[in-house]
Design a protein around this ligand. Structure first.
Ligand code: ATP
Ligand code: MG
Length: 232
């Protein structure tokens, strides 16, 4: 179980997150929604160790992991699929998978990713940056299949993709969740995220403005909270 307790974090320019607490129980899907600039990406960076919080704790399975480096958190099962894909466009598909995989598991990792995403197998020697947007996103998601995660942090993996491809990506996320991997899902497609999630947090200006089950809110409520943040 991943817990972020009372996190305050930000950059040189000032605090972005204020006293944010979220819990991602094992095998659950938690959606993290909120308007642009709310701090969603910042919170995922804190969870994967890319950004140290100014205050608060990261707790994994009851053990304090605050201050751990990204590779240490990855060893404890936290896998981050970052905003903007985080792949190396000038490297081939198979070299990208090699870099995503833990050392000494290259061959089995390539096998695993290409059996989930056969299209990547057909394109293993193609430069990643020359693939379609959907194929590049599959490569980014491949990370979740090779790092043996207990929780995957997904930052807008549907960004910029055609609706049909978004459906395909969501069916992979559904499969990943049904295999028992917990997901913390940052997503602009509110209704798709609510359909997949067991629990929802809405972040507004760096603070949690709603925490509850998807049945407790409608897509309209979520969108109104976005509009409210623009109006105020
Ligand atoms: N490296 C940085 N240095 C300074 N400020 C930053 C940095 N990264 C993000 N910010 C600021 O922190 C705030 C939150 O940004 P963040 O990227 O976490 O939002 P977000 O909720 O992911 O937004 P979006 O939906 O647009 O991706 C914004 O005001 C942003 O300008
Ligand atoms: Mg973001």
């Amino acid at each position: 179980m991943l817990e972020l307790r009372n996190i305050s974090a930000g950059y040189d320019t000032g605090l972005v997150l204020r006293d944010v607490s979220i819990v991602v129980p094992d095998k659950s899907v938690v959606a993290l929604l909120g308007p642009n600039g709310a701090g969603k990406t910042t919170l995922l960076r804190v969870a994967s160790g890319l950004l140290r919080p100014a205050l608060g704790q990261i707790v994994i399975d009851g053990v304090d992991a605050t201050g751990m480096r990204p590779y240490e958190l990855a060893q404890r099962g936290v896998c981050h699929v970052p905003e903007g894909r985080g792949i190396f466009p000038a490297l081939t598909v198979s070299d990208n998978i090699r870099l995503q995989a833990p050392p000494a598991s290259t061959k089995s990792s390539i096998h695993r990713v290409t059996s989930v995403f056969p299209r990547l197998g057909e394109r293993s020697s193609q430069m990643a940056g020359t693939m379609s947007g959907g194929e590049q996103q599959m490569l980014a998601l491949g990370h979740a299949y090779v790092c043996n995660p207990s929780v995957v942090l997904l930052d807008e993996v549907s960004m910029g993709l055609a609706p049909k491809i978004v459906d395909e990506i969501f069916s992979y996320l559904h499969d990943l969740a049904s295999q028992g991997t917990a997901l913390l899902l940052v997503e602009q497609y509110v209704s798709r995220a609510l359909a997949l999630a067991d629990f929802v947090y809405i972040l507004n200006r760096g603070e949690v403005s709603f925490a509850g089950e998807p049945g407790e809110i409608s897509e309209e409520t979520v969108l109104n909270s976005y509009l409210g943040s623009l109006a105020s």
